[in-house]
Ligand binder design. Structure first.
Ligand code: SF4
Length: 292
């Protein structure tokens, strides 16, 4: 296993997947988790998503021999902690178990099972090592699952039983920019409404891509619209615990999305920080590292 030596200076090459024990469980040193994150990939055979973001880091692939079946997530989690964890223990703190992988996890019929498997295995690990009791289970979603009541209900139920964090994508800041960045038919206003409704029940952390069209240089982030959206969410009682702005850091699906430089990212983050309540953490991640 190629394990990076330090989680402190994480550039694009430092948050690649580092594990090879399977296509379902993969340890990564993650900039956004600020340490070791144990990923659960619910789509080992091919990418499945409701969006087709041009900056997507999941490149099209097909692995027809890979599969996910009932019981597999829990078995793989147990195998990781029994066999591989010793290679990380003492060098990395486990920051979270995150469910994301090759697509949109709310599309998977295995989502509920994966959440429960993570809860059970963490609880068992905590019996021997109390620090595990603090490890959250993170669902990284593009927010379109919030349009489905059964998904919202399942997540709300689970949030009462476990330490669940929901990291929800909201790109663009306006319908036109959202359309470019999602390359989908999902309307910006509907997604914002869904985030407002869901986050009134379960708090969310917003994740927003800020990038440039390398063909003409324009920035694909409507700052004014985004700030207005944050105000709308606040008025509607949304519980937004943090906002993360990030830019392109790995080879994107299309050749044209380009990263912003740190000064631009900092300026956008400061603008967001000035417009939200002080208890909402605003973080930004540049092309080569993270900055508070
Ligand atoms: S939502 Fe995520 S996985 Fe889906 S296309 Fe966009 S970046 Fe890729």
């Amino acid at each position: 296993m190629n394990i990076p030596s330090s989680p402190q200076s994480l550039g694009p090459e430092r948050h690649q997947r580092t594990g090879n024990r399977g296509n379902i469980i993969y340890p990564v040193v993650s900039r956004r988790a600020r340490g070791l994150s144990l990923g659960i990939n619910l789509f080992p055979d091919r990418k499945q998503c409701t969006y087709d973001c041009p900056y997507c880091e999941v490149l099209p692939f097909s692995a027809p021999d890979s599969r996910i079946e009932p019981g597999m997530v829990e078995a793989e989690l147990r195998a990781f902690f029994a066999q591989d964890w010793k290679m990380y223990f003492g060098r990395f703190e486990l920051k979270d178990i995150s469910i994301s992988g090759n697509g949109e996890p709310t599309l998977s019929s295995f989502l509920g099972e994966a959440l429960e498997a993570a809860r059970v295995v963490l609880r068992e690990m905590a019996a021997a090592e109390p620090g595990f009791a603090r490890v959250p289970i993170v669902l990284i979603t593009n927010s379109t699952g919030f349009l489905r009541p059964e998904v919202c209900e399942m997540l709300e139920r689970f949030s009462r039983r476990a330490r669940l964090e929901v990291w929800a994508k909201l790109d663009g800041g306006s319908p036109a920019t959202h359309r470019i960045l999602s390359d989908s038919h999902f309307e910006y206003g509907r997604v914002v409404d869904a985030i407002a409704d869901f986050s009134a029940r379960v708090p969310v952390k917003l994740q927003t891509m800020v990038c440039r069209d390398g063909r003409d240089g324009r920035i694909l982030f409507d700052e004014k619209g985004y700030l207005a959206t944050l105000q709308t969410l606040a008025r509607r009682g949304a519980r937004i615990v943090a906002v993360q702005l990030y830019t392109v850091a790995r080879p994107p699906a299309e050749p044209w999305p380009a990263s912003l430089d740190d000064a631009q990212m900092r300026a956008f983050a400061e603008s967001v920080r000035a417009s939200v309540l002080p208890e909402i953490a605003v973080e930004w991640f540049g092309r080569t590292g993270y900055v508070e």
